[in-house]
Design a protein around this ligand. Structure first.
Ligand code: AFP
Length: 291
């Protein structure tokens, strides 16, 4: 994917594909290409029995009963940034199937909680391409060496600062945020924190993880349940950030403890430096007590 993304302006693979995905979002050509490529690679790998993808309505059953793992993936996140040469990413979660190996995939294999993930991570196609992932024993980053075509360990055991001074939120929606989010933004402004928002979750998250900060996508009038998807965006980053010493919440609950009810379920997402996320949770609690 790295090669295609880097050549996006030169060949006919940027721009809209002309269809919408299940969420009603316009698919970009690279969304479709990334989806096909990842599904093909996971199928050929032989370890996976089913895939949940942002770009597909239902579960992709690979008819590989011997496969031990279920993968949830957002093949290309931040795709509205492709045409303007801004960083984008891929996000993935890996689950061990619950049903017996050798039998067909069951519902219980698919809708698993984030706390059941055995590995998760993301690829960031930025000024360099990086893979950051965890298997539950810390989180590390690997940078892609383009001439050798390999990822090399470059960020061993990443630790997110407990407190930071960056906040990332689409402030254009300020007037439709819940009260506690508005209060938190006021607080960030008073303290003259740095507002940084790229609009590519992976890129915003990665910067905040290395520097210390918070990312917020709360409920809005347009997206009452938040915009981001629990199964292939929030859970993976929640696992990574927790393994780096940070926190991920929907305001009231730990993201990884939310029981998914559907493949494309959306949740509010607040994640990053532990003390910053706790402060938002405290403001949310105050609001709930008041009303
Ligand atoms: P696209 O893939 O449609 O660009 O959406 C990207 C995304 O899911 C996530 O990467 C961003 O953080 C978020 O949406 C940005 O959404 P807003 O444009 O509403 O701020």
């Amino acid at each position: 994917m790295n090669r295609e993304i880097n050549r996006a302006g030169l060949n006919d693979i940027s721009g809209a594909y002309g269809a919408q995905n299940i969420q009603g979002e316009e698919q970009q050509k690279l969304d479709v290409i990334a989806n096909i490529r990842f599904i093909r690679a996971l199928k050929n790998g032989g370890e996976v029995c089913a895939i949940i993808s942002e770009e597909e309505d239902g579960v992709i059953d690979l008819a590989n009963n011997k496969g031990k793992y279920v993968v949830a993936i957002d093949p290309l996140d931040g795709s509205s940034n492709i045409d303007v040469n801004v960083s984008i990413g891929t996000i993935f979660s890996i689950y061990r199937r619950k049903s017996e190996i050798g039998t067909p995939v069951e519902d219980q294999d698919i809708l698993q909680k984030g706390s059941d993930q055995v590995a998760a991570g993301y690829l960031l196609y930025g000024s360099s391409s990086m893979l950051v992932f965890t298997t539950g024993n810390g989180a590390s980053g690997f940078t892609y060496e383009i001439t050798l075509g390999e990822f090399y360990l470059s960020h061993q055991n990443i630790r997110i600062p407990k407190m930071g001074n960056i906040y990332s939120i689409n402030e254009g929606s300020y007037h439709s945020f819940p009260g506690y989010i508005k209060k938190y933004i006021e607080l960030c402004r008073k303290k003259e924190y740095c507002a940084r928002y790229i609009g590519s979750l992976v890129a915003d998250f990665h910067r905040n993880m290395l520097r210390g900060g918070i990312y917020l996508y709360p409920s809005t009038k347009k997206s009452p349940k938040g915009k981001l998807r629990l199964m292939y965006e929030c859970n993976a980053l929640a696992f990574v950030v927790e393994q780096a010493g940070g926190r991920a919440s929907d305001g009231q609950r730990r993201i990884m403890e939310i029981q998914p009810e559907s493949l494309h379920q959306r949740v509010p997402l607040i994640l990053g430096s532990e003390d910053m996320v706790r402060q938002v949770e405290a403001l949310c609690k105050e609001d709930l007590i008041k009303y």
